[in-house]
Design a protein around this ligand. Structure first.
Ligand code: SD4
Length: 345
């Protein structure tokens, strides 16, 4: 069971207040749809992305199109320092993007360490649809994007550049060191769990959806861990780690310290657990259990959050540490769910 279900409060998201009625989205477009469409995405702040995806689902579009539309919202938002434009750079100052998509037929595409392209998810989709391959990386991915007519852009905003330059003063990279940073900043325990720091690595978007026809799709897109080594690839563009979709079962995605997600094939593990009959939440918990088993007591110092839907439209999530939230949109409306976590008291 999920421990908190709240309809969204609109502080900070002015446009959304006009979209939702007091009790959720009772007059939402799509209320008359026969199926049970649903879209969920990592982190409560991604309600705006859900809204875009829902517009597509409500118009009867396939899940894959809905998620690709949805995740482009944070990709183009310079305020989101973990995705696309405005994403924090690697330690050499390069904004390098990881992204993947997967559809209901098991088709998939990914780009890794892609620079200068505002919407890596569109390149990942084109890899899936227009090439004989599944993954393109670095220079080759960039050349492919340019061949599609995409523009080469500077994605490093002045704000991200400043954060990077401040970081360079100490140049300490240790995603496992979060609690120490937390204590140094004199934060209270009740504040959101900061991994690896309160602001620097939040809001990667993993989004999965079920459309009106009962088909699933998913997308995951990120600028990855801030100040990573140049060339580092996380879980987000790895099919089976950051994202997996199987129309027979469900769809799952991940956020958090990608190295830990890759080690347990996170999203694929969740799908296989749901295939064995686990609920989405229990399946996410099982994947978290494997990370905790690997890391022992150190797991307390790292955050990973998983979310999943099954092909009946049920959803769930689970995290290592508390305060992992995800946004859910259905015909009933949009809400932000705080997932249970391994170390919930
Ligand atoms: C990564 N999983 O590159 C990503 C980071 C992330 O919100 O999820 N940030 O490891």
């Amino acid at each position: 069971m999920l421990n908190s279900r709240k309809f969204i409060q609109f502080t900070g998201f002015t446009g959304l207040a006009t979209l939702l009625g007091k009790e959720g989205w009772s007059n939402a477009p799509g209320a008359g749809l026969k199926g049970k469409p649903i879209v969920i995405s990592t982190w409560g702040s991604n309600v705006r992305a859900n809204s875009e995806a829902w517009t597509q689902l409500a118009a009867g579009k396939p899940a894959i199109d809905a998620v690709v539309a949805g995740v482009q919202i944070p990709e183009a938002d310079p305020r989101d320092n973990s995705v696309g434009f405005g994403g924090l750079p690697d330690r050499d100052g390069h904004v390098t993007l990881d992204s993947c998509v997967m559809d209901h037929k098991g088709r998939c595409g990914a780009v890794m360490a892609l620079e200068h392209i505002m919407h890596p998810v569109l390149v990942a989709k084109a890899v899936m649809e227009q090439t004989p391959h599944v993954q393109l990386v670095g220079e080759g991915a960039l050349r492919f994007a340019l061949s599609l007519g995409m523009k080469k852009e500077n994605l490093l905003t002045p704000e991200s550049e400043k954060i990077w330059k401040d970081w360079l003063k100490n140049s300490r990279y240790d995603p496992m060191d979060t609690l120490k940073e937390f204590e140094k900043a004199n934060k209270k325990e009740s504040e959101p769990y900061p991994w690896p720091s309160p602001v620097l690595n939040h809001d990667t978007i993993g989004m999965v959806a079920l459309d009106n026809e009962g088909n699933l799709g998913g997308a995951c897109t990120t600028s990855g861990m801030a100040f990573k080594m140049n060339g580092r690839v996380g879980d987000s563009p790895i099919i089976g780690a950051g994202l997996f979709v199987d129309n027979e079962v469900g769809a799952a995605s991940a956020t958090g310290v990608g190295e830990e997600v890759v080690k347990v094939c996170g999203a694929h593990t969740i799908i296989e657990s749901m295939r064995r009959g686990l609920t989405p939440e229990a399946a996410c918990r099982e994947a978290i259990r494997r990370i905790v088993k690997n890391k022992g007591a150190e797991a307390k110092n790292v955050q990973v959050g998983f979310l999943a839907i099954n092909n009946k439209g049920q959803h769930g999530g689970f995290a290592i540490n508390k305060n992992f939230t995800y946004a859910v949109t259905t015909k009933e409306g949009t809400k932000v769910v705080t997932a249970k976590s391994w170390y919930d008291k």
